[in-house]
Design a protein around this ligand. Structure first.
Ligand code: MG
Length: 355
């Protein structure tokens, strides 16, 4: 091997060695870069996830503050309270007003509902004398009304008929006069009837009611009794549009025919709900006589959610015991009526506790 060959061989070996060393280092470098890249990608992924989580949290907070379109619940300022009430003519015992009111107080009822109409002018003083010194409260006054006449003079006459009742009810401390805007065949088209009721007839009555310290209470009925105001939400909307002195109410009997949810109906009335009627849900008798059908728990849940503290008043009849030989109804004895009301009271208390 000459010098030139030696140098050439050495150079080749040197180059090969150098090349071999570079490949290994490059491989290590590439490995290192791969690790760094993986770590970087992992870091980015975590950062992105964290940022997304933070954005999601903020969005949720903003929706809750700005107005989440989904239902959310604001607890009532005061918790709901069960206040059981009987209409005067449903009290199961006979005797004078004192005897009837004594029975109510002794048997866990906290208020009484009275008739409206002529009874108010004839009996209010005597009745209030019997109420004196009692813990019992006076809830609403119930009777017929209709504001759907095409003739304005007839509508005005209905307003004039009810105005003096508001004066009496205000003095008695009643929660309000129950009114229905229309019965079976309204003469006015619905659009005109609503405008006339909200902007004229009911508004005049509500303003007078507010001046007297009471209310008008709008009662939705089922379709057999009216084609017009059937839903608690509509009564709530009308009461809002009428303004001060107007409240919506719900009657479980009518609601069972019209509403999709007792709870939803009461929620739509909210804190303005002024009164509640209750009856058995198949035959409109004393609550409980229709067995399992008489389930009010969903409604009571709604009443609790809105913090309802008004009366739940029995508006119903007593069942009969069949017919006698002459085809006449056989009525319950006074004791049987008492037993039925006590059972109804206990059923409602149980379902209220469960709601
Ligand atoms: Mg009713």
């Amino acid at each position: 091997m000459n010098r030139r060959e030696f140098l050439a061989g050495g150079a080749a070996l040197g180059a090969a060695a150098a090349c071999a060393q570079t490949d290994t280092e490059r491989e290590r470098e590439r490995e290192e870069q791969r690790k760094q890249l993986t770590a970087l990608q992992e870091e980015l992924r975590r950062a992105r996830e964290g940022r997304m989580q933070e954005e999601l949290r903020r969005a949720r907070e903003e929706r809750m503050i700005v107005g989440d379109p989904s239902p959310h619940f604001v607890p009532p300022a005061k918790p709901a309270e069960l206040n059981l009430c009987l209409q005067l003519w449903v009290i199961p015992v006979g005797g004078d007003y004192n005897a009837k009111l004594d029975w109510l107080e002794k048997n866990g009822f906290s208020s009484v509902e009275i008739p409206s109409g002529d009874w108010l002018f004839k009996e209010a003083d005597k009745f209030m004398a019997a109420m004196r010194g009692r813990k019992l409260k006076l809830s609403a006054a119930c009777g017929p009304s209709d504001f759907s006449f095409a003739d304005k003079a007839r509508r005005d006459k209905e307003v004039d008929r009810l105005m003096p009742m508001l004066d009496v009810l205000g003095k008695m401390g009643s929660t309000g006069l129950i009114v229905c805007p229309a019965r079976r065949r309204p003469e006015l088209p619905f659009e005109e009837l609503r405008a006339s009721f909200v902007e004229d007839t009911a508004r005049r009555l509500a303003q007078r009611a507010a001046e007297c310290g009471t209310n008008i209470i709008l009662e939705p009925l089922c379709r057999g009794e009216t084609p017009f105001l059937k839903l608690v939400a509509d009564a709530a909307s009308m009461a809002r549009d009428i303004g001060r002195g107007a409240k919506p109410m719900g009657d479980f009997w009518h609601m069972s025919k019209e509403e999709t949810s007792f709870c939803g109906a009461f929620l739509s009335a909210g804190e303005n709900l002024g009164h509640v009627h209750i009856a058995s849900l198949r035959s409109r008798k004393i609550p409980g006589v229709d067995g399992e059908a008489d389930n009010y728990i969903d409604g009571f849940r709604g009443l609790k959610m809105i913090g309802y503290r008004g009366a739940i008043s029995f508006e119903c009849g007593y069942p009969t015991k069949g017919k006698d030989a002459n085809g006449k109804d056989i009525h319950l004895s006074e004791q049987e009526k008492v037993d039925l009301i006590i059972k109804a009271r206990d059923l409602i208390k149980k379902q209220w506790a469960e709601a």
